[in-house]
Design a protein. Structure first.
Length: 349
């Protein structure tokens, strides 16, 4: 449904504020940091990076705008959803939904308003619609038509004749859709904890004419048959899980994969640039993502190997159109951006 002019104006203002934070305030803070480093008479230990950054003139504005603009964006998104006269009617189609009435959502999932979205993504059908609209905007307005997720599928998933693809933490289906569109012959199954998001996923999949199975369950205990998936994927799931859960996630992925099956998880990794890595670590705090920094600091490769997976490695991902890169080296960029990376692994044949 078309949004009103006032709602469009509020969304545009919030999005513009986010963009200026990324392309103006962040580079200014970086310039101040580089100047502070260059003016030092002796090398400053790496452990002092945070102290240096926090003392810079622009740091207060940078930190406040990061959290404040995110809150403003969610308010604008929520108002836009509420001001629509009615929800879109459900479209009949072949996608299916299996809910688990006995599933108790874990505390680590419900105790946080992840991404600062009020009420989280799991609390209501409204929350799912708010998240759907917000997901197009939180990437600075550059994920229309889920181009980001289509790029992941196109560049990171090897061309094969997949029989079954399992997408873990699928949410409202933004990554699952692209997998089914790319591999229409495959049985595609989306797994998520949040029933509201899954209900929306079925509606959107039917709107697109896609046949996808959506199932409510934990990604660590899908209740799917062992050895039936040729490909297991996730996008932005690893950093949403506590460290204690990650080994179980890899164990479940390994259980699902058929011999020679592939794992492709899109998430974040450190770049080796102290300033940029600190900004990413503190982003997790300011954006209510408590598991982000622990995941990035952990031995994810070791966890995957312990689950029996092989050929495990991280590769950098450039969302501007190049997609998957050859190694774990990102192009130099002036503006704030996420250090996207793809974790690759395979089940021994």
């Amino acid at each position: 449904m078309t949004r009103s002019i006032p709602d469009e104006a509020r969304l545009d203002f919030a999005l513009t504020l986010r963009r200026r934070w990324a392309d103006s305030v962040y580079p200014r803070l970086r310039a101040e940091y580089d100047a502070a480093r260059a003016g030092e008479l002796t090398e400053t230990p790496a452990g002092n990076t945070a102290a240096i950054v926090h003392a810079l003139p622009s740091f207060g504005s940078f930190a406040w705008l990061e959290r404040g603009s995110q809150k403003l964006l969610w308010r604008a998104v929520g108002d836009a959803v509420d001001h629509q006269l009615s929800a879109a009617s459900a479209t009949a189609g072949e996608s299916t939904l299996t809910l688990d009435a006995d599933l108790a959502l874990p505390d680590w999932y419900t105790d946080w308003d992840i991404h600062l979205q009020p009420g989280g993504v799991w609390s209501s059908d409204r929350a799912a619609r708010v998240y759907e609209l917000g997901a197009r905007l939180v990437m600075l307005g550059e994920n229309d038509d889920y181009a980001f997720h289509r790029l992941f599928t196109a560049s990171s998933v090897p061309e094969r004749d997949y029989r079954c693809i399992v997408d873990l933490g699928c949410g409202f289906g933004k990554s699952t859709f692209s997998l089914k569109q790319k591999y229409p012959q495959a049985e595609v199954i989306g797994i998520d904890l949040a029933a509201p998001g899954l209900r929306l996923a079925v509606q959107r999949a039917n709107d697109l004419g896609l046949r996808i199975q959506f199932r409510q369950s934990e990604a660590t205990a899908t209740n799917l048959a062992s050895g039936t998936a040729d490909l297991v994927t996730s996008t932005m799931l690893l950093h949403e899980l506590p460290l204690k859960v990650l080994p179980r996630l890899f164990a479940e992925a390994a259980r699902l994969l058929s011999p020679g099956g592939l794992l492709r998880f899109l998430d974040f990794q450190f770049t080796g640039d102290e300033f940029r890595d600190l900004a990413m670590t503190e982003h997790g705090t300011r954006n209510n993502e408590p598991y982000l920094a622990p995941m990035m600091k952990s031995d994810v490769i070791g966890m995957a190997q312990a689950a029996g997976l092989r050929s495990v490695r991280w590769r950098a991902f450039d969302e501007r159109g190049r997609g998957l890169l050859d190694d774990l080296k990102w192009p130099a960029r002036r503006e704030w951006h996420f250090p996207w990376a793809v974790l690759e692994a395979e089940q021994p044949a």
